[in-house]
Write a protein that binds this ligand. Structure first.
Ligand code: TMP
Ligand code: ASP
Length: 238
C-alpha cells in the first residue's frame, strides 16, 4: 500500500491517504512536545519505538477482544490503519497517583489505588485539554451515551490486560491515555497509539521512569528509556 496525499500532521505523527478510502497510513515522527505543544524537542528513535510497540500492543489487545484500528505494519515507522473519526476525548486510566492527578488533588506520586480511576479530558490544545465528566461530554455532543459506556468498558479492560502484561516485563503501568475512533463502517475502535509517549511506565523494582516524563521533566536519558521499553517488549531482537 502506497502513501497518497498527506491528510494531517499532528505533533507526533503524520497521516496519509491510500487508494482505499477506508484505510490510511500513519507515519510516526521523532518529534516530541509537551504542555500543549509549548515545549518542543526530538527523541531520536522514538518514531520506531512508538510505531512498533503500539502495533504489538494493539495486536495483543485484539486477541483479548478489543477492536482496534490496526491493519498492518508497513515499516519501522509506518503502519496501515483503519480510517477513523477520532472521538475528541482523551481517555485516561490510572493505577497509581502521578502527574496531573497528584498535582490537582495535592497528593504525592506513587500511591497505589485500590481500584483504577477513569477520567476524560476534552481533546483541545487551545483549551489545554480540560478535564470533563460524562454529562459534559454528552452536553458537548462529543459522544453518545452508548459510546461513552463502550469506551469506559474497553478502557478498563485494556487496563486489566496491559497491567498484567507489563508486570510480566518488570514494568509498573502507572497510567495511560487512550483515544477511540469511529471507522467508516461506524464501529467504535481503539485508535491513536499506546507507547511511552502516552503511558507512564515505572520499573517495578526501582520506580525508575521509562517514559516521556523524562522529556517533560528534563530528567535526561530520554532515548535510553524508550530503548529500554523496546527491549522489555521485544527482548534482545529490539
Ligand atoms: P497526566 O497525569 O498529565 O494527566 O497524564 C496522564 C497520562 O496521559 C500519562 O500516562 C501521560 C498521558 N498523556 C498523553 O498521552 N497526552 C497528553 O497530552 C497528556 C497531558 C498526558
Ligand atoms: N500532548 C502533549 C502536548 O501537547 C504532550 C504530553 O504531555 O504528552 O504537547
Amino acid at each position: 500500500m502506497e502513501k497518497g496525499n498527506q491528510l494531517y500532521e499532528g505533533k507526533a505523527k503524520k497521516v496519509y491517504e491510500t487508494d482505499d478510502p477506508t484505510l490510511v497510513i500513519v507515519s510516526y515522527k521523532d518529534d516530541a512536545t509537551a504542555f500543549d505543544g509549548t515545549k518542543k524537542g526530538t527523541i531520536c528513535g522514538k518514531g520506531i519505538v512508538n510505531n512498533r510497540m503500539s502495533n504489538h500492543l494493539m495486536q495483543f489487545l485484539e486477541k483479548k477482544g478489543i477492536p482496534t484500528h490496526f491493519v498492518e505494519e508497513l515499516s519501522d515507522t509506518d503502519t496501515l490503519v483503519k480510517r477513523v473519526d477520532i472521538v475528541p476525548l482523551e481517555v485516561i486510566v490510572r493505577n497509581v497517583s502521578a502527574g496531573s492527578f497528584a498535582k490537582r488533588y495535592g497528593v504525592e506520586e506513587g500511591i497505589e489505588f485500590a481500584t483504577p480511576t477513569f477520567e476524560f479530558s476534552y481533546k483541545n490544545d487551545d483549551l489545554h485539554d480540560p478535564l470533563l465528566n460524562t454529562s459534559h461530554a454528552l452536553a458537548l455532543g462529543l459522544a453518545t451515551p452508548e459510546e461513552v459506556e463502550k469506551i469506559r468498558a474497553m478502557a478498563l479492560k485494556v487496563n486489566d490486560e496491559l497491567k498484567a502484561y507489563f508486570a510480566g516485563l518488570g514494568v509498573r503501568l502507572v497510567d495511560f491515555k487512550l483515544e477511540f475512533g469511529r471507522t467508516t463502517e461506524g464501529e467504535l475502535v481503539l485508535a491513536d497509539e499506546i507507547s511511552p509517549d502516552t503511558c507512564r511506565f515505572w520499573d517495578i523494582e526501582t520506580n525508575e521512569k521509562l517514559d516521556k516524563d523524562r522529556f517533560r521533566r528534563d530528567l535526561g536519558n530520554v532515548e535510553d528509556a524508550y530503548e529500554e521499553m523496546m527491549r522489555r517488549v521485544f527482548g534482545k531482537e529490539a
